[in-house]
Design a protein around this ligand. Structure first.
Ligand SMILES: *Cc1c(COP(=O)(O)O)cnc(C)c1O
Length: 477
């Protein structure tokens, strides 16, 4: 039983959970993690070391080199790492140096300073969410945000729900459940991982009637498909997808005429939704919400956190009586948004109403910054970086050209020209640099190509430049 004796003497050196919990490492973690959770982590750590020692003995290894002290140190290290790893999965700010403006994985639109303050100052305590200050009685939830939304889109009414997917389900359910909805074959698209137009229609209880072909659909195709059961003509902006070449589709005005001539409603899911004409920035084929309303669409839906530059929300605008019908559907209660969302949207819509959206909302600033300004900004940044890391640093960086990406399922064919800062390091591969940057605080997200790391300052907010310089300096001499 030589082996058994060895085992018990080595395992006796293993620190107990109590010893581990009395270390300085553990006492620092007890505040954030809490006694009970930290005890659980300590148990996992000591169990894992015990299992490894047992395995080592079984395979005949000598355990003489292990002392109680170094086993305790190892346990402390693992405890700290276990907590760090857990912390990394928790929500945290990141610096987006990828150049993808509406980056869905990074939370889409960054908020304007005013919108951020509105959430904290106006809505994070008690607020008049459903309370009329003048009368002291119950008020209408979201009234101001809806009013502003209707105003900036020229619509009679507006309604706000959790996201654009929810808006689609709600509109289709309220207006077309139990009936038929006509849609072009060119618009049966998938947007993002889980939003598929045919599935959304099925979920909403409306029968999908396909017309036309993938590349060409005419107004008369819709008209021919109308039956007693038809409720809605539906048009979906194929946000992240383009059919080019031999193509045709009717205008919103044509479709509205067909719908109204037959006593039907026209619904457009515009997706990103531009409030103003964005063709100057390459976004010529994003539907402009106000134009769709003017052309006769009865209801239009779009996202609150794509080109609007606000927060996750589904924005519904349209004719007053149609919006009222949608609001009455019981599903609305399940899809409504919180006071924080209303506060952010009020602020965002006000930027549009003041005519300052392009100077106040980060998404629109990023889209509209000129090539020259971006280059100047990047050059100035590179000078500051050089000053910080010194002439002898091994970090090599140079300014080059490339493309940014709009992202968020908007304008897939548009890639604004941009200035890039390319990084290299003699001892680190590009993916090692990228990993180090991801693990700095705050995490920096960049792009890697041609074994180079590229930083695109277009998507780095002005007050993040110092943090980015710190992260780059941390790559080591
Ligand atoms: C992005 C998009 C959606 C989904 O919007 P979410 O706000 O992410 O739910 C729906 N329809 C279209 C056309 C879109 O572009």
């Amino acid at each position: 039983m030589e082996n058994g004796k060895e085992m018990s003497s080595a395992l006796r050196k293993l620190p107990g959970i109590d010893t581990l919990l009395q270390t300085e490492t553990a006492s620092r973690l007890i505040g954030p993690a809490g006694q009970q959770h930290l005890t659980g982590l300590a148990r996992l750590v000591t169990d894992s070391i015990r299992d490894e020692l047992t395995e080592a003995i079984k395979s005949g290894e000598s355990l003489d080199e292990y002392s109680s002290e170094n086993l305790l140190r190892e346990a402390e290290y693992r405890l700290k790492e276990a907590w760090r790893q857990e912390e990394r999965t928790s929500l945290q700010r990141v610096i987006n140096a990828s150049g993808v403006i509406i980056h869905t994985n990074l939370g889409r639109a960054p908020l304007s300073e005013e919108a951020r303050n509105a959430a904290v100052d106006k809505a994070s305590r008690y607020c008049n969410l459903e309370y009329n200050i003048d009368s002291g009685k119950r008020g209408k939830r979201g009234a101001r945000a809806e009013h502003l939304l209707a105003e900036i889109t020229g619509a009679e009414g507006a309604l706000i729900v959790n996201n654009c997917a929810a808006a689609c389900v709600l509109v289709l359910t309220a207006l077309a459940k139990g009936g038929e909805s006509i849609i072009s074959r060119g618009e049966l698209v998938e947007i993002g991982g889980d939003f598929r137009v045919p599935d959304v229609m099925e979920q909403s209880g409306t029968k999908l009637v396909e017309v036309g072909t993938t590349n060409k659909t005419k107004a008369s195709d819709y008209e021919r498909a109308i039956t007693e059961e038809t409720r809605l003509i539906t048009r979906v902006h194929p946000s992240n997808y383009r059919i080019v070449g031999f193509t045709a589709k009717p205008t919103v005005r044509d479709l509205a005429e067909v719908a109204h001539r037959n006593g039907l409603l026209l619904y457009e899911d515009a997706g990103s939704g531009a409030i103003t004409d964005m063709s100057e920035y390459g976004l010529a084929d994003e539907p402009i919400i106000g134009n769709s309303i003017k052309a006769g669409a009865d209801v239009v839906t779009f996202s609150g956190d794509k080109l609007i530059g606000g927060v996750q929300a589904g924005l519904i605008v349209g004719k007053g009586e149609v919006i009222a019908r949608i609001r009455k559907n019981p599903l609305y209660r399940a899809l409504r948004v919180s006071k924080l969302v209303y506060a952010i949207l009020e602020s965002t819509f006000e930027s549009f109403r003041r005519g300052n959206a392009y100077s106040e909302l980060p998404v629109l600033q990023m889209l509209s910054i000129s090539k020259r300004d971006l280059k100047e900004k990047t050059v100035a940044f590179s000078h500051r970086l050089r000053k910080r890391i010194g002439e002898n640093s091994q970090l090599i960086f140079e300014i080059g050209e490339g493309n940014s990406v709009v992202g968020g399922g908007s304008a897939p064919a548009v890639q604004p020209r941009t200035t890039l800062l390319a990084l290299k390091h003699p001892r680190l591969s590009a993916s090692e640099i990228a990993s180090k940057l991801r693990h700095s605080k705050p995490a920096v997200i960049c792009r890697v190509f041609d074994d180079r790391v590229a930083l695109d300052l277009r998507t780095v907010l002005p007050d993040e430049q110092d943090l980015l310089i710190n992260a780059l300096a941390g790559l080591g001499a």
